[in-house]
Design a protein around this ligand. Structure first.
Ligand code: ATP
Length: 701
């Protein structure tokens, strides 16, 4: 049971003042959750600021750098409302300081609030982003405007947070401030000696310091508050992994003897022969599965290296031994794609396959659950719906978890907690650095697919500025006429006033207007069946160009798609670009990838794109990504930190990971059921970091 002391932090977000349905929806989107019901107050605490606004530094208008957020104190000189009847023109208020003039620019101004708030000759302090145009400085909708006499009320240093369209910085900050008041006084779960040695803050102080930075050094991952929280995050992860391993040792596995009765015919019907790496991985897996001990193996393979075929061979072995296998995919699209592929490959051999996702209708679902429970179904594919409490298996011998790069042990834990003890194969895309494997999975056996299937041609990658868009569209017209298939990737779905990113919707309209009805559209906010239809139309060739967001990033397999255009490539993380690009070059035709960027590029962004242009080796890319991200440039939405961690970063906190691993081992050895006072406190830690599923394994849980 979760300690009562955590209740205020695990209350739903809408228990915080100012969080209604609208703000709730924005926050859910910010945290990547379906709805506000899935968000807790504690989520806000872990949403760390990525920079600060420092209003102590007031450079003067003429010294303000374009694009920088600056604070300027000056006298209001004059107002320039839009001419009558031209309300779409901006309202400008001119402010002067010793160095020059700044135009405060406002759109859609109603009433006379500006005259009241910024009367002529008043001295005011404004803060916001400065733009330069023809030697004139302007600031569009300042973030802050206060009169000189109210200056004390102004926060001199403010944290800046990642936002989502519609959510204002002010609202988010107010909500986070409210969340901070809910932090209880925790019983310390760290060892006294470690606290002293590392000079760690208490958890409560660390959260407060995280959200109340006093200067830029407080934003650095090495800041004391972040180190404390990162350590806790690693410790919670390592502890829960150790608890699982301890449990795994207790529950024996069932030895699985592959007979070849199914895999034989399936292999001979494959349209290709397995690569050496695939064969070796299959051999490793079958050897593990034949043992009494349960398998816990990681299958790593670069994009397009053919992990699915390996997983299929393992699943067939389970079926041959009279059992069942489950394959859990990270997304609905992928679950359905696996279903189609595996049905095609294994269906003819008489293997019964079902697909179960959150979207499966209740009647169909009931029938499916019955088939699973009776053992009629051999292989079930699905999303996390597979491991809900209502699902019971006849004889589950193997669980394959296709994690791609959503690392975490949660689903695996849930499965083990169901009392079944299948062998476990975890698949991840992109070779990931060893430290990351350790952080995400603990010590696991690893098989790697180092070879690409024969006949693959290198993907020709070019980087081009957005200005070349028209040429590209013309070239695509030619390519479509030749029968080629093209992905066009956009970063966001919605048109946002705050950003100049081209949304998928908007790009789709433009491309249809230019190229005709050959284009399709797919994005995360579409209804499930619409997504399927869009994918299918592209697969079948009814559409030849698929405008997509990153929903196609993981696993999507359309082998005859050969061209990919990625818009705003500079905004994606390297590993993510590698994943995206991996959607082409999956067949024997030559493929190309066009990375469109909007300049000017920062040095890091430039380096990032060059690496991608120069190599297709996922391992090199992953290592470089880790190195480059360290430069503090927060590009890419999900790739901006270490996957699966909210504060901890392997790059900045590798030393802490090692300590946490030892600490966890020490605890488990002496207090395997977490019953000592420290053990009790550590349970709170596990809940706080949502690693509490491990607690169910404890005898006194
Ligand atoms: N040995 C092989 N020879 C030729 N083609 C193969 C071989 N193995 C798999 N393929 C094909 O290569 C493509 C990629 O395989 P698969 O979808 O399993 O990749 P993956 O490793 O899951 O990659 P990603 O992570 O990019 O999705 C598929 O179209 C598959 O049919």
């Amino acid at each position: 049971m979760r300690p009562a002391l955590l209740d205020p932090l695990f209350a739903s977000l809408d228990t915080l003042p100012g969080v209604g349905p609208k703000v709730g929806e924005f926050l859910a989107r910010l945290f990547g959750r379906e709805s506000i019901e899935d968000c807790r107050v504690v989520d806000l605490l872990f949403h760390a600021p990525h920079s600060i606004v420092d209003r102590r530094h007031q450079p003067g208008v003429m010294n303000a750098l374009a694009g920088a957020i600056v604070t300027i104190k000056g006298r209001i000189d004059r107002h320039q409302p839009p001419p009558p009847g031209r309300s779409s023109m901006p309202y400008r208020v001119f402010l002067q300081d010793d160095t020059g003039e700044l135009a405060l620019t406002f759109f859609k101004v109603k009433g006379n609030w500006l005259e009241k708030q910024l009367p002529i000759d008043d001295i005011v302090i404004v803060s916001g982003k400065v733009d330069w145009f023809n030697g004139r400085a302007s600031m569009v909708h300042p973030d802050l405007m206060v009169r000189e006499e109210d200056a004390e009320t102004m926060a001199l240093v403010e944290p800046v947070y990642g936002l989502t369209a519609g959510l204002s910085p002010k609202t988010l900050r107010r909500t986070i401030e409210a969340a901070l008041t809910r932090i209880p006084n925790f019983q310390e779960w760290l060892d006294e000696a470690l606290l002293e040695k590392q000079d760690f803050l208490t958890v409560r102080d660390a959260f407060i310091a995280l959200h109340e930075p006093r200067d830029a050094t407080d934003i650095d991952p090495r800041a004391p508050a972040r180190r404390r929280l990162a350590y806790d995050e690693f410790l919670a992860g390592q502890l829960s992994l150790s608890l699982v391993r301890q449990r795994l040792r207790i529950l024996p596995g069932t030895p699985v003897k592959a007979t070849g009765a199914l895999s034989g015919p399936v292999i001979s019907a494959l349209p290709f022969s397995l690569t050496g790496s695939q064969t070796a991985a299959v051999a490793d897996i079958l050897a593990d599965m034949a043992r009494e001990e349960r398998m816990l193996r990681l299958l790593q393979g670069d994009v397009g290296s053919g992990k699915t075929a390996v997983a299929l061979m393992a699943m067939l072995a389970a079926v041959e031994a009279g059992g069942q296998a489950a394959l859990m995919a990270p997304t609905e699209i992928l679950a359905r794609q696996h279903f189609t592929t595996l049905s095609r490959l294994a269906g003819p051999a008489g293997v019964k396959i079902d697909v179960l996702t959150g979207r499966t209708k209740s009647r169909e679902r009931d029938a499916m659950l019955e088939r699973l429970a009776s053992g009629e179904t051999d292989i079930v594919i699905g999303t996390h719906a597979l491991f809900q409490d209502t699902v019971s298996y006849h004889r589950l011998l193997l669980a394959v978890v296709d994690e791609q790069h959503r690392f975490g042990v949660h689903q695996r834990l849930r499965l083990t907690a169901k009392g079944v003890s299948p062998h476990m194969l975890v698949m991840t895309a992109t070779p990931i650095p060893r430290t990351l494997v350790l952080a995400a999975f603990g010590d696991m056996d690893v098989s790697k697919l180092t070879e690409k299937p024969a006949g693959r041609k290198p993907i020709q990658t070019v980087t081009l500025p957005t200005e070349r868009l028209d040429d590209i569209v013309e070239r695509l017209r030619g390519a479509i006429e030749e029968g080629k298939k093209i992905y066009w990737i956009c970063p966001l779905v919605e048109e946002s006033e705050l950003s100049d990113l081209m949304s998928a919707d908007e790009r789709f309209q433009i491309l249809v207007a230019r190229l005709g009805p050959v284009a399709g559209l797919i994005h995360g906010r579409m209804a499930g069946p619409d997504k399927d239809a869009a994918m299918l139309a592209f697969k079948n060739g009814e559409t030849r160009l698929l405008v997509a967001t990153t929903v196609v990033e993981v696993g999507v397999d359309v082998p005859d798609a050969t061209i990919m255009v990625i818009e705003h490539a500079e905004r994606f993380g390297l590993a993510q670009l590698h994943q995206l690009r991996g959607r082409v070059g999956r067949g024997d035709q030559a493929s190309s990838c066009i990375l469109l960027y909007k300049g000017p590029l920062s040095q890091t962004a430039h380096a990032r794109l060059s690496i991608l242009r120069d190599t297709e080796d996922g391992f090199v890319i992953a290592e470089e990504d880790l190195k480059l991200r360290g430069e503090g440039e927060l590009l890419g939405t999900r790739q901006s930190g270490t996957p699966g961690f909210r504060i901890a970063s392997l790059e900045a906190h590798a030393d802490l990971l090692e300590i946490a691993r030892k600490d966890a081992a020490y605890v488990i050895e002496r207090d395997p059921d977490l019953t000592t006072p420290r053990g009790e406190a550590l349970r709170t830690l596990l809940y706080l970091h949502r690693r509490d599923e491990a607690i169910r394994f404890l005898r006194a849980g």
